[in-house]
Design a protein around this ligand. Structure first.
Ligand code: GLU
Length: 440
């Protein structure tokens, strides 16, 4: 039985980077009829905020990435406490007392000697009496005793990985104030919740060796791990600083279609082409973790626009009927409005501009050298309502009267009526046009 989880820390909103993680875990569960858990890694009480929890749920809802179950680490503290007790009893967790300054000093000494700055395990050598004495002055905290051997796994994306934990400091799992750290809580959860597959960013590769050891110390067996490459900008530059502006809610506010985002993020970095897919079922059908590569993945938000455009232009009228009505387009014009205007929009917000143009008339754009020509032409324009024949008849008359033809004839008139250089066929647009502002 496949069980996956998406485990964001609610210390911020979801961005394109963690969307990849969410999506991959969701798709693996979806493909196999398994379970997808939304797990909130909120043991850091200071930085975790309820509004981010709401935000994360809202963003996943928007995308249709529904979870079968929700778990919250802050509600499982007793369980972590119980496991910690077992690990203390078995000697896997040991108490240490060094202050950050003392650790820093040790680190510098080792570096000066040309040795790797790995924690020296001084805590292990303390006698009960020494610990009592230290406890009088400061709180102890707890490190996990790594077995200093190679830890290996076959990564779903990276292939065989082998990490020598002798070069890794024994990680702190429980702080002096009792706060349980992510590395530990996550390992307990992955075992307790029967997680079969963990997909996450390559920044967690070193954690994986530690977590596999923690899980073994608990008597559990580790899930299958896969680490996807980190996203970079189009030039290969780091994205981490920009991720804040690449949050799903910002992209949504800019009008990015969810299908565009899902289609791009589910294939980017794989050997499959990015194509617009309209449903998660379709996306899941072609999804294979093994098709993703280890190299950093270039992400260019500009790629979202052609996909958004294709998505929106393919929407049936029924999907936009309400939106069009909300912009004031009368019902008898609405279907035609969509048929004519849809080919000229990228985001649905642009419908508002076109509604204004047809209902109120556009602010005319007239070059000084065209002013006289446009004035003459507008006098020849019949009163609204216009028909599909209006444009052809009108421009033929204007051509005969002024001698203008081609672009010199059509472009000034288009700009006078729509205020724009580009747009739908004017013959198709005319029957929608309720007012010609330029006439005034
Ligand atoms: N809360 C962790 C993160 O957001 C989860 C990592 C994991 O998937 O184990 O990085």
């Amino acid at each position: 039985m496949t069980t996956t989880r998406f485990a964001p820390s609610p210390t911020g909103y979801i961005h394109v980077g963690n969307l990849r993680t969410a999506l991959m875990n969701y798709l693996i569960a979806r493909k196999t009829g398994g379970t997808f858990i939304l797990r909130l890694d909120d043991t850091d009480q200071e930085r975790s905020k309820p509004e981010y929890i709401d935000g994360i749920k809202e963003d996943l809802d928007w995308l249709g990435l529904t979870w079968d179950r929700i778990e919250q680490q802050s509600k499982r503290l007793d369980r972590y406490g119980a496991v910690a007790e077992e690990l203390r009893a078995s000697g896997a967790l040991y108490e240490v007392f060094e202050t950050p300054t003392e650790l820093d000093l040790k680190r510098k000494k080792l570096l000066n000697m040309g040795r790797p700055p790995v924690y020296d395990r001084a805590g292990l050598a303390l006698s009960a009496a020494e610990k009592d004495r230290l406890r009088a002055g400061r709180e102890g905290y707890w490190r996990f005793r790594l077995d200093q051997a190679r830890t290996e796994w076959v990564d779903g994306i990276l292939g065989p990985v082998s990490i020598d934990t002798a070069s890794v400091s024994d990680p702190v799992l429980i702080r002096a104030d009792g706060q349980v750290l992510y590395t530990f809580a996550s390992s307990v959860d992955d075992i307790d919740m029967g997680i079969s597959h963990v997909v996450r960013g390559a920044d967690h590769v070193t954690n994986t060796a530690t977590q596999i050891q923690i899980m073994r110390a608990m008597g559990g067996s580790a899930p299958a791990f896969a680490h996807h490459s980190l996203l970079t900008g189009p030039q290969g530059e780091g994205l981490s600083k920009r991720l804040g502006t690449l949050s799903l809610r910002d992209l949504r506010a800019q009008g990015v279609a969810k299908e565009a985002l899902l289609s791009l993020m589910a294939r980017l970095g794989s050997n499959q082409p990015v194509e617009l897919k309209l449903s998660l079922d379709e996306i899941a059908a072609g999804f294979e973790l093994s098709q993703f590569g280890a190299a950093p993945t270039k992400f260019d938000e500009a790629d979202l626009w052609p996909l958004t455009r294709a998505r929106n232009q393919a929407l049936p009228f029924a999907a936009v009927r309400e939106r069009i009505a909300a912009h004031g387009v009368p019902a008898h014009l609405a279907e035609r409005f969509w048929a004519v205007v849809s080919k000229n929009i990228t985001t649905l917000d642009e419908l508002k501009d076109w509604a204004e143009i047809v209902l109120e008339g556009a602010e005319a754009v007239i070059d000084p050298e065209d002013a006289e020509f446009v004035a003459t032409a507008l006098q020849m324009l019949p009163e609204a309502p216009f028909t599909e024949a209006t444009w052809g008849e009108w421009t033929a008359g204007v051509k005969a009267a002024t001698g203008r033809k081609g672009r010199g004839l059509f472009m000034p008139l288009r700009r006078a009526l729509t205020g724009r250089e580009h747009g739908p066929e004017m013959a198709d647009l005319m029957p929608l046009l309720q007012k010609v502002r330029a006439r005034r």
